[in-house]
Ligand binder design. Structure first.
Ligand code: SIN
Ligand code: FE2
Length: 216
Protein backbone atom coordinates (compact mmCIF):
# COMPACT_ATOMS: atom_id res chain seq x y z
CA UNK A 1 0.00 0.00 0.00
CA UNK A 2 1.22 3.50 -0.79
CA UNK A 3 2.14 5.22 2.47
CA UNK A 4 1.40 8.89 1.95
CA UNK A 5 2.99 9.84 5.25
CA UNK A 6 6.25 7.91 5.06
CA UNK A 7 8.24 10.96 4.02
CA UNK A 8 6.40 13.47 6.12
CA UNK A 9 8.79 15.81 7.87
CA UNK A 10 7.90 17.39 11.21
CA UNK A 11 6.47 20.89 11.08
CA UNK A 12 5.67 23.46 13.75
CA UNK A 13 2.35 25.16 14.53
CA UNK A 14 2.11 28.07 17.00
CA UNK A 15 -0.36 27.44 19.83
CA UNK A 16 0.00 30.50 22.08
CA UNK A 17 2.62 32.75 23.71
CA UNK A 18 5.56 30.43 24.40
CA UNK A 19 3.60 27.40 23.15
CA UNK A 20 3.89 25.33 19.98
CA UNK A 21 2.89 22.00 18.47
CA UNK A 22 5.76 20.08 16.88
CA UNK A 23 3.80 17.89 14.50
CA UNK A 24 5.14 14.31 14.11
CA UNK A 25 8.33 15.31 15.93
CA UNK A 26 8.48 11.99 17.84
CA UNK A 27 7.23 9.70 15.08
CA UNK A 28 10.65 8.34 14.09
CA UNK A 29 11.27 7.30 17.72
CA UNK A 30 7.81 6.01 18.54
CA UNK A 31 8.72 2.32 18.64
CA UNK A 32 11.62 2.92 21.03
CA UNK A 33 9.49 5.17 23.23
CA UNK A 34 6.73 2.55 23.38
CA UNK A 35 9.18 -0.24 24.25
CA UNK A 36 10.64 1.97 27.00
CA UNK A 37 7.14 2.75 28.33
CA UNK A 38 6.53 -1.01 28.59
CA UNK A 39 9.80 -1.43 30.55
CA UNK A 40 8.82 1.34 32.97
CA UNK A 41 5.33 -0.15 33.42
CA UNK A 42 6.83 -3.58 34.12
CA UNK A 43 8.39 -2.06 37.27
CA UNK A 44 5.82 0.62 38.19
CA UNK A 45 2.51 -0.53 36.69
CA UNK A 46 -0.19 1.75 35.28
CA UNK A 47 -2.83 2.52 37.90
CA UNK A 48 -5.89 4.74 38.17
CA UNK A 49 -5.07 7.25 40.87
CA UNK A 50 -7.69 8.55 43.28
CA UNK A 51 -7.93 12.32 43.74
CA UNK A 52 -8.01 13.86 47.25
CA UNK A 53 -11.74 14.36 46.61
CA UNK A 54 -12.21 10.59 46.22
CA UNK A 55 -12.64 10.55 42.44
CA UNK A 56 -10.94 7.70 40.54
CA UNK A 57 -9.23 9.16 37.48
CA UNK A 58 -10.19 7.59 34.15
CA UNK A 59 -6.62 7.89 32.85
CA UNK A 60 -4.16 5.23 34.04
CA UNK A 61 -0.79 6.64 35.10
CA UNK A 62 2.74 5.77 36.00
CA UNK A 63 6.00 7.75 36.17
CA UNK A 64 9.70 7.57 35.59
CA UNK A 65 12.56 9.83 36.62
CA UNK A 66 13.83 11.10 39.97
CA UNK A 67 10.31 12.27 40.90
CA UNK A 68 6.83 11.08 40.00
CA UNK A 69 3.48 12.85 40.15
CA UNK A 70 0.99 11.15 42.40
CA UNK A 71 -1.97 11.70 44.69
CA UNK A 72 -2.73 10.99 48.31
CA UNK A 73 -5.52 11.84 50.75
CA UNK A 74 -4.18 15.36 51.17
CA UNK A 75 -3.45 16.42 47.61
CA UNK A 76 -1.15 16.10 44.63
CA UNK A 77 2.55 15.71 45.14
CA UNK A 78 5.85 14.76 43.53
CA UNK A 79 7.48 11.85 45.28
CA UNK A 80 10.77 9.97 44.70
CA UNK A 81 8.94 6.72 45.50
CA UNK A 82 6.10 4.91 43.83
CA UNK A 83 3.52 4.56 46.64
CA UNK A 84 2.40 1.24 45.15
CA UNK A 85 5.81 -0.48 45.14
CA UNK A 86 7.49 1.58 47.89
CA UNK A 87 10.53 1.74 45.59
CA UNK A 88 11.97 4.59 43.56
CA UNK A 89 10.20 5.25 40.29
CA UNK A 90 12.09 3.64 37.37
CA UNK A 91 14.90 5.76 35.91
CA UNK A 92 14.05 7.99 32.97
CA UNK A 93 15.11 6.14 29.79
CA UNK A 94 17.74 7.89 27.66
CA UNK A 95 15.33 7.90 24.70
CA UNK A 96 12.88 9.99 26.77
CA UNK A 97 15.50 12.46 27.98
CA UNK A 98 16.94 12.99 24.51
CA UNK A 99 13.59 13.54 22.85
CA UNK A 100 12.40 15.94 25.57
CA UNK A 101 15.57 17.99 25.28
CA UNK A 102 15.42 18.11 21.46
CA UNK A 103 11.73 19.08 21.45
CA UNK A 104 12.20 21.81 24.07
CA UNK A 105 15.16 23.21 22.14
CA UNK A 106 13.18 23.18 18.89
CA UNK A 107 10.43 25.19 20.61
CA UNK A 108 12.89 27.75 21.97
CA UNK A 109 13.72 26.31 25.40
CA UNK A 110 17.37 25.18 25.42
CA UNK A 111 18.79 23.28 28.41
CA UNK A 112 15.57 21.53 29.44
CA UNK A 113 16.49 19.06 32.19
CA UNK A 114 13.30 17.26 33.23
CA UNK A 115 13.41 15.36 36.54
CA UNK A 116 9.92 13.87 36.18
CA UNK A 117 7.97 12.17 33.42
CA UNK A 118 4.31 11.33 33.92
CA UNK A 119 3.06 8.58 31.61
CA UNK A 120 -0.68 8.68 30.89
CA UNK A 121 -2.64 5.86 29.28
CA UNK A 122 -6.07 6.68 27.86
CA UNK A 123 -8.61 4.00 26.96
CA UNK A 124 -11.93 4.69 25.24
CA UNK A 125 -13.77 7.40 27.18
CA UNK A 126 -10.75 8.40 29.32
CA UNK A 127 -10.33 12.13 29.72
CA UNK A 128 -8.34 14.68 31.64
CA UNK A 129 -10.40 17.58 32.91
CA UNK A 130 -9.19 21.14 32.47
CA UNK A 131 -6.28 21.81 34.86
CA UNK A 132 -3.03 23.70 35.30
CA UNK A 133 0.34 21.98 35.82
CA UNK A 134 1.27 23.89 38.96
CA UNK A 135 2.82 21.39 41.36
CA UNK A 136 6.32 22.01 39.99
CA UNK A 137 8.74 24.46 41.65
CA UNK A 138 10.63 25.45 38.50
CA UNK A 139 8.19 27.56 36.49
CA UNK A 140 10.90 28.79 34.11
CA UNK A 141 11.03 25.32 32.51
CA UNK A 142 8.37 24.34 29.96
CA UNK A 143 6.12 21.28 29.85
CA UNK A 144 6.89 18.90 26.99
CA UNK A 145 4.07 16.53 26.06
CA UNK A 146 4.42 13.62 23.62
CA UNK A 147 1.38 11.91 22.07
CA UNK A 148 1.47 8.30 20.87
CA UNK A 149 -1.20 6.06 19.38
CA UNK A 150 -4.87 7.00 19.08
CA UNK A 151 -5.65 10.67 18.41
CA UNK A 152 -7.26 12.89 21.04
CA UNK A 153 -8.59 16.41 21.25
CA UNK A 154 -6.39 18.65 23.39
CA UNK A 155 -7.95 21.74 24.93
CA UNK A 156 -5.67 24.71 25.51
CA UNK A 157 -7.01 27.80 27.26
CA UNK A 158 -5.47 30.63 29.23
CA UNK A 159 -4.54 31.61 32.78
CA UNK A 160 -8.17 31.48 33.91
CA UNK A 161 -10.44 28.46 33.80
CA UNK A 162 -13.08 30.52 32.00
CA UNK A 163 -10.75 31.68 29.20
CA UNK A 164 -11.73 30.55 25.69
CA UNK A 165 -10.34 27.15 24.66
CA UNK A 166 -8.57 26.16 21.48
CA UNK A 167 -9.25 22.56 20.52
CA UNK A 168 -6.57 20.75 18.53
CA UNK A 169 -6.31 17.13 17.46
CA UNK A 170 -3.09 15.52 18.69
CA UNK A 171 -1.93 12.55 16.66
CA UNK A 172 0.74 9.86 16.86
CA UNK A 173 4.15 11.50 17.22
CA UNK A 174 2.93 15.03 17.92
CA UNK A 175 4.72 16.98 20.65
CA UNK A 176 3.29 20.02 22.45
CA UNK A 177 5.60 22.39 24.32
CA UNK A 178 4.26 25.15 26.54
CA UNK A 179 6.27 27.48 28.74
CA UNK A 180 7.00 31.15 29.39
CA UNK A 181 3.78 33.14 29.33
CA UNK A 182 1.66 30.02 28.77
CA UNK A 183 3.37 27.80 31.35
CA UNK A 184 0.32 27.93 33.65
CA UNK A 185 -2.36 27.87 30.96
CA UNK A 186 -5.32 25.57 31.56
CA UNK A 187 -5.40 22.44 29.40
CA UNK A 188 -7.12 19.08 29.17
CA UNK A 189 -7.98 16.07 27.01
CA UNK A 190 -11.51 15.36 25.77
CA UNK A 191 -12.87 11.80 26.14
CA UNK A 192 -10.94 9.41 23.88
CA UNK A 193 -12.88 8.08 20.94
CA UNK A 194 -12.92 4.38 20.12
CA UNK A 195 -10.36 3.34 17.52
CA UNK A 196 -7.38 1.16 16.72
CA UNK A 197 -3.83 2.33 16.15
CA UNK A 198 -1.19 -0.06 14.77
CA UNK A 199 1.36 1.06 17.39
CA UNK A 200 -0.81 1.11 20.53
CA UNK A 201 -4.02 -0.77 19.75
CA UNK A 202 -7.02 0.70 21.56
CA UNK A 203 -5.02 3.23 23.61
CA UNK A 204 -3.45 6.64 23.53
CA UNK A 205 -0.22 7.09 25.48
CA UNK A 206 1.13 10.45 26.53
CA UNK A 207 4.40 11.45 28.14
CA UNK A 208 4.64 14.76 29.96
CA UNK A 209 8.08 15.92 30.96
CA UNK A 210 8.39 18.35 33.83
CA UNK A 211 11.19 20.04 35.70
CA UNK A 212 10.08 19.98 39.31
CA UNK A 213 13.16 21.08 41.24
CA UNK A 214 14.47 24.60 40.85
CA UNK A 215 17.64 25.19 38.85
CA UNK A 216 20.29 26.89 40.97
C1 SIN B 1 -1.39 16.31 30.90
O1 SIN B 1 -1.94 17.42 30.88
O2 SIN B 1 -0.75 15.92 31.89
C2 SIN B 1 -1.47 15.37 29.72
C3 SIN B 1 -1.97 15.97 28.47
C4 SIN B 1 -2.11 14.92 27.40
O3 SIN B 1 -2.43 13.75 27.67
O4 SIN B 1 -1.94 15.27 26.21
FE1 FE2 C 1 -1.31 18.74 32.49
Amino acid sequence: MLDLFADEHPWQEPLGPGAAILRRFAIAHADTLLADIASVAAISPFRQMVTPGGYTMSVAMTNCGALGWTTDLHGYLYSPNDPQTNQHWPAMPDSFRLLADRAAREAGYPHFRPDACLINRYGVGSKLSLHQDKDEHEMRAPIVSVSLGLPAIFQFGGLHRSDPLQRVLLEHGDVVVWGGESRLFYHGIQPLKEGFHPATGRFRLNLTFRQVCKNE
